[in-house]
Design a protein around this ligand. Sequence first.
Ligand SMILES: [Zn+2]
Length: 276
Amino acid sequence: MNNGAFFFQGNNLLLPADIPDTQMDRAIPLDFVKEFDKIECEKPDIFEIPAVEGGITCVSLSPGPLPAGLRAVPVRQGLSLLDAGLAEGAPSIAYTQNPSTGRLLRAFHIAQWRRESRFCGSCGAQNTDAPGEPARLCPVCGRQEFPRISPAVITIIINDEDKALLAHNKKFIPCVYSLIAGFNEAGESLEATVVREIREEVNINVRDVRYIASQPWPFPNSLMLGFAARYASGTIRADGVEIEDARWFSRDALPKLPGTGSVSRCLIGRWIAGSL
Ligand SMILES: [Zn+2]
């Protein structure tokens, strides 16, 4: 988009007053960058992100005061606002994402990564931008670095009574129950991650692990891979570390669920619709 840009500051997207949060996937005029010259702040990092559907300019700012006329909106909040309709309206099809939401998340992910990749991880020299792609290049030792993406799995477990296992994680909002999730470890297949995480967190064994859908989750750099699995054996016992409570739920007695726009809600929605 010509003359349009995303402005990021920390975990926030900056928006002018006349653009509502529900339109946070819209680029705003690049001219806003001039407003930052008028206040005391570090020089912004301005970069281009190429994309099939049209590249985008991004402006990444260090924490600090904002010029009048701009407000900060958490990017994470945007997920539920932008993709709510898709997740709610189409629970029986594969999780799909608005292309404009994907562009926002991609830009946000790269903006965060750029802040953390200013210096070469091998020799410590200051990195430059690799030509033609979002990558860093060390001018001294030639090391290239690409944006880091950390895969994590999230799984809906269903038992023979067609109930789903939902759990309350200590980090969740009170009373919200969702799916078991965890990071893939080095040398581990995603299916093995599913089996290990479930055994560690709720003490049961699963079978028939199958992939369903994925979602970028750049908070700060995950890719969530959604799976379904069947209960095989064992008695539920929450680990007490991450998981406070875990139970089997039937469709007619559900607890408070995670917000729309998340792959967890999409998987739960597909089970509720009987289409898993
Ligand atoms: Zn180097």
